[in-house]
Ligand binder design. Structure first.
Ligand SMILES: NC(=O)c1ccc[n+]([C@@H]2O[C@H](COP(=O)([O-])OP(=O)(O)OC[C@H]3O[C@@H](n4cnc5c(N)ncnc54)[C@H](O)[C@@H]3O)[C@@H](O)[C@H]2O)c1
Length: 237
């Protein structure tokens, strides 16, 4: 089976994707500025910024043939709208969305007309405003638009491209932020399924979209939030 480049493969969701793909027998190369978790020590890791085309090229080179790509990078700048800066917006947009262009182009070029697939990890923030997260929301909306354009324009070259929109996911980073019981209870209370998602809940959907069973799914956005954003706020009694 040919390989998959995972951008952000050392992160909470990214590392879960790497494990899910390895379990399917797919070779993986990770790009990340941070070291991967110890259990992934044997997996090729290209250390560097995903906005650097040379780093992306090295990740593709690390695998014999590449027919899969996952964009799973986190970049955010939390601040009230009145205090946001254009610099912050540009940085978050660059890492969160613009960085997907070069790898998508390389995927199409290197697959040489063979069927291949990309999954871009967005967020429910792409469609909903949340205090202090304007740059993140903007970048995720842009990433989704880029993904649709890739699905349409690279489709004739054999590339499928889909977007996954997670809700609140209990990755290690969030486990630290949400460590107090009241916060966890409040967040869990928003979940129709009565619990927060784990990284594997998102990784399984990404692996499915990369695989042959999703061979005619492209240009799609799949929300993985346990119906949290399907709910209207309850009116007062
Ligand atoms: N965790 C959640 O609740 C949640 C919810 C919705 C969407 N998401 C999305 O899922 C994806 C993964 O998020 P996560 O929660 O696993 O975050 P995370 O911080 O655990 O992982 C992100 C990884 O990206 C790497 N990274 C950041 N900038 C980079 C750069 N320029 N070059 C290379 N690597 C870089 C980080 O080092 C990190 O390992 C992100 O796109 C995020 O927006 C997460």
């Amino acid at each position: 089976m040919s390989g998959v480049v995972v951008l952000g493969g050392a992160g909470g969701i990214g590392s879960a994707v790497v494990r899910a793909l390895l379990a399917e027998g797919r070779p993986v190369a990770m790009v990340d500025i941070a070291p991967p978790p110890p259990d992934l020590a044997g997996v090729p890791w290209i250390r560097g910024g995903a906005t650097d085309p040379a780093v992306i090229g090295a990740a593709f080179d690390a695998l014999g043939g590449v027919t899969g790509l996952v964009h799973c990078l986190l970049s955010e700048h939390r601040a009230p709208f009145a205090e946001q800066t254009t610099d912050a917006l540009r940085t978050v947009l660059d890492i969160g969305a613009v960085s997907a262009l070069e790898p998508l182009q390389q995927l199409a070029a290197r697959a040489g007309g063979k069927r291949c697939a990309a999954v871009l990890v967005s967020s429910i923030h792409a469609g909903l405003a949340w205090g202090g997260q304007a740059p993140y929301a903007m970048a995720k909306a842009a990433l989704e638009a880029l993904g649709r354009a890739a699905a349409v324009e690279l489709g004739p070259l054999g590339v499928r491209c889909n977007v996954v929109r997670p809700g609140f996911v209990m990755v290690p980073r969030n486990a630290r932020r949400w460590r107090d019981a009241d916060t966890r209870e409040a967040l869990t209370g928003l979940q129709p399924l009565g619990e927060l998602a784990g990284p594997d809940d998102v990784a399984g959907v990404i692996a499915f979209l990369l695989g042959d069973q999703a061979g005619f799914v492209s240009g799609e956005t799949v929300t993985v939030d346990g119906a949290m954003t399907a709910a209207l706020p309850e009116p007062p009694p």
